[in-house]
Design a protein around this ligand. Structure first.
Ligand code: HEC
Length: 158
């Protein structure tokens, strides 16, 4: 049943311990080097955080909010209130009330008033009608309009 055991079970000796240490040290050195490469994270930050007056800000920060909260009524074939939000043209044309965005002036933009649920008294329908997007999302959309409402002519669908 039992087979011959090796004469001596190898036990950790000084040599293997120190080579372990060296391995650990060089691992640490590698991760330090990786940190050095990523730091300062300027290029990474520029990618993750496009300036509000760039089309990238629209596609990366604003568009996901509109897709989640507005597309089912203002995207693709849906033009509720006469408003299509799927192209720059539609966005700038606005809806039955006319222009909804005054580039560079969030305070004058109907779009901002409606998502803040501070629409005009004669047309109190807030957007989206049954809920309110988060303050953080409102801030992003506001920042975008304030910076000139820059967007690609035809933002990527889905
Ligand atoms: C459930 C459907 C629905 C959703 C979701 C929705 N809307 Fe609307 N939206 C409407 C309808 C209906 C009107 C027309 C309201 C009216 O005429 O009083 C409208 C009108 C508007 C108008 C005014 C258009 C005009 O010229 O009168 C704006 C601006 C607007 N929506 C923006 C948004 C934004 C931004 C979102 C997402 C944050 C959104 N809506 C989500 C249904 C929706």
């Amino acid at each position: 049943m039992s087979r011959n055991k090796p004469a001596a079970v190898p036990s950790p000796n000084i040599r293997s311990q120190s080579s372990l240490k060296i391995a650990a040290l060089s691992l640490a050195a590698v991760s330090l080097a990786a940190t050095a490469i990523l730091w300062p994270p300027t290029s990474v930050a520029a990618q993750a955080d496009p300036a509000p007056n760039t089309p990238e800000f629209y596609t990366q920060r604003v568009l996901p909010i509109f897709k989640d909260n507005c597309d089912r009524c203002h995207g693709g074939m849906f033009h509720r209130g006469g408003l299509s939000m799927s192209s720059r043209e539609g966005m700038m044309k606005g809806g039955h009330s006319g222009a909804i965005i005054v580039p560079g002036n969030a305070g004058q933009s109907l779009l901002i008033k409606l998502i803040r649920h501070e629409g005009p008294v004669d047309d109190p329908m807030p957007m989206p009608p049954k809920s309110k997007i988060s303050d953080a999302d409102i801030a992003i959309v506001t920042q975008w309009v304030q910076a000139g409402a820059v967007m690609p002519d035809a933002p990527p669908a889905e």
